[in-house]
Ligand binder design. Structure first.
Ligand SMILES: [Zn+2]
Length: 380
């Protein structure tokens, strides 16, 4: 029987060497050359493992890459899908300020947790399975994209296409900050803009000739607030408002940027209908509503619960505690799950402060994540 943890430990220095290499290439989503650079490095590594690598050129973002390995004779034709993103939220220059260093059993650096460690774990894990003759019979597909941190606008079709027909998906994002838990339930996420048009007029001389877009905005914000249903997982936030042109002018224009999160698909449909049906009550004003749910909710289906249960059991067998949690944040797991594929998210690493000062991973746990990843790909 394979001693997965022992095998993972024997690869610890290779793993951390690759994590370091990836962290030292800063990749803010908005920087296409930086993301092209890292995706070409990842493509070379996957090619060296025999993957059929395809580069998916992008105009506004770094190029996304996919890599495929066919089934071996007699293997299932349903593939294992592995998803990760190469971009980070950190602007160029953060590395110089924050540094990449070890302290008290943790590696600190921008993007190390979210999610360079998960990318490195995927590559070293597959490399080890190949070396050891532990490659599975089923096909494997990898997708590394470069726009996840802004909601995967350009890679969404590719994520969905890659998920088609998959047996399961491993999303190599970090586990929930702190315990490093698997995320088996994710809220759906929508982003809407409400444009309010009114009619300008001198506020002192002819107020009756105007129609205040800001007055309407205030009423609409209150109406939106009333759609909140926190106990049932619905959150609505009017996060940004703006409008008006001068102190003494009845405002002809205002807008609201709204963040909406839901637990179920039904809720997202119902809410979207409610938002689109919003009507002005101030005479002379009109509303225009734009936006959509760009991340469908990820529901904890029985298949996903079973997948998570296996990962948790294996982790326990390796001597590491692993739990599962739900989260309000979105990831590409929302997209693969919406395609009907059980999607275990949060396998990549365990650490603290994603997207924040002091972002880090726990070094000892990374070996467990590597062992788990290899065991999963070999056995599921
Ligand atoms: Zn991430």
């Amino acid at each position: 029987m394979t001693d997965w943890l022992f095998l993972a430990k024997s690869k610890e220095s290779d793993l951390f060497e690759l994590i370091e290499k990836l962290v030292l290439i800063e990749t803010p989503t908005s920087d296409k050359p930086a993301n092209d650079h890292i995706s070409s490095i990842a493509a070379d590594l996957l090619r060296s493992l025999g993957g059929d690598v395809k580069v998916h050129p992008q105009e506004d973002f770094g190029d996304h890459i996919t890599a495929d390995w066919p089934a071996s004779a007699g293997g299932s034709d349903q593939h294992a899908l592995i998803v990760g993103h190469l971009d980070t939220v950190w602007p160029l220059g953060t590395l110089e300020r924050m540094g990449y260093y070890e302290e008290y059993g943790r590696m600190y650096g921008p993007g190390v947790l979210d999610m360079k460690a998960g990318i490195a774990t995927t590559i070293i894990g597959l490399q080890t399975l190949k070396e050891q003759g532990l490659w599975p019979d089923r096909p494997i597909k990898i997708l590394f994209n470069t726009d996840e941190e802004v909601g995967s606008p350009s890679s969404r079709p590719l994520v969905e296409e890659s998920a088609k027909g998959a047996e399961y998906a491993l999303i190599m994002e970090p586990g929930q900050a702190g315990a490093g838990a698997l995320k088996t339930q994710r809220k759906g996420l929508g982003e809407f803009k409400i444009y309010i048009a009114g009619k300008a007029s001198h506020a002192g001389a002819f107020p009756e000739r105007g129609a205040s877009a800001i007055h309407q905005l205030a009423l609409t914000v209150i109406e939106l607030q009333g759609l909140n249903d926190w106990p049932n997982g619905i959150t609505i936030n009017s996060g940004i408002v703006s409008g008006g042109s001068a102190r003494n002018t009845i405002p002809a224009y205002a807008e609201i940027t709204v963040d909406v999160r839901v637990q179920t698909l039904d809720q997202s449909e119902l809410l979207e209908a409610k938002l689109r049906a919003l009507k002005p009550s101030i005479e002379g004003t009109t509303l225009k509503i734009e936006g959509n749910f760009h991340r469908p909710p990820m529901v904890r289906t029985p298949e996903l619960a079973e997948l998570a249960g296996k990962l948790i059991r294996w982790s326990n067998e390796f001597g590491f505690e692993l739990t599962e949690e739900s989260t309000g944040g979105g990831s590409d797991a929302n997209l693969t799950a919406a395609m009907g594929v059980p999607s275990a998210d949060g396998l990549g690493s365990k650490g603290l402060n994603p997207h924040a000062e002091g972002e880090n991973i726990q070094i000892s746990e990374q070996v467990n994540r590597l062992a788990l990843f290899m065991k999963a790909i070999n056995s599921l």
